[in-house]
Design a protein around this ligand. Structure first.
Ligand SMILES: [Zn+2]
Length: 154
């Protein structure tokens, strides 16, 4: 079966810590995350809009870039990811201190592993794209140049 999709990459920096991790990931540290999202039209194919700017496209790259940057990347870039149900008291103290000083903190209700983040972003981005009748069929979240989590929605 033939299918057509588009893929776009985004990068940002973010800090986190992993409560209950037996290794070094229990320490506060950061990553330059790279996210690759593959988008397809619901029902497949491309737009058939002769004479229009997006004729023959799944979705305009520029439009996709604006939506993801505005709703996702800008909200996360240079933030500390704060797991509000963390079992590590230090994480609550760090988040509290950062908030007290007006620094960027993003509250989440799950342990901030690459896998959980990828699942969360797939959901969030699909909500943001629903009005365009497209969906994310694959999301890859790189946490380092050699490690990534991947979620499929096919
Ligand atoms: Zn990490």
């Amino acid at each position: 079966m033939t299918s057509v999709s588009i893929v776009k990459e985004f990068t940002w920096s973010m800090a986190h810590m992993l409560a209950n991790h037996i290794g070094k990931c229990k320490n506060i540290h950061g990553h330059t995350y790279k996210m690759q999202i593959e988008i397809a039209r619901k029902g497949g194919g491309v737009l058939n809009k002769p004479g229009q700017t997006d004729d023959g496209m799944v979705l305009e790259f520029e439009e996709l870039k604006t939506i993801i940057n505005t709703n996702t990347v800008e909200a996360l870039d240079h933030a500390f990811l704060y797991w509000v149900n963390s079992t590590d008291e230090l994480e609550h103290e760090i988040a509290s201190l950062l908030k007290k000083h007006g620094r960027k903190v993003v509250d989440i209700n799950y342990r901030p592993t690459a896998e959980n983040l990828a699942l969360d972003y797939l959901d969030k981005i699909n909500n943001d794209l629903a009005a365009f009748k497209v969906e994310v069929v694959e999301l890859v979240l790189w946490e380092s140049p050699t490690s990534y989590a991947r979620v499929l929605n096919r």
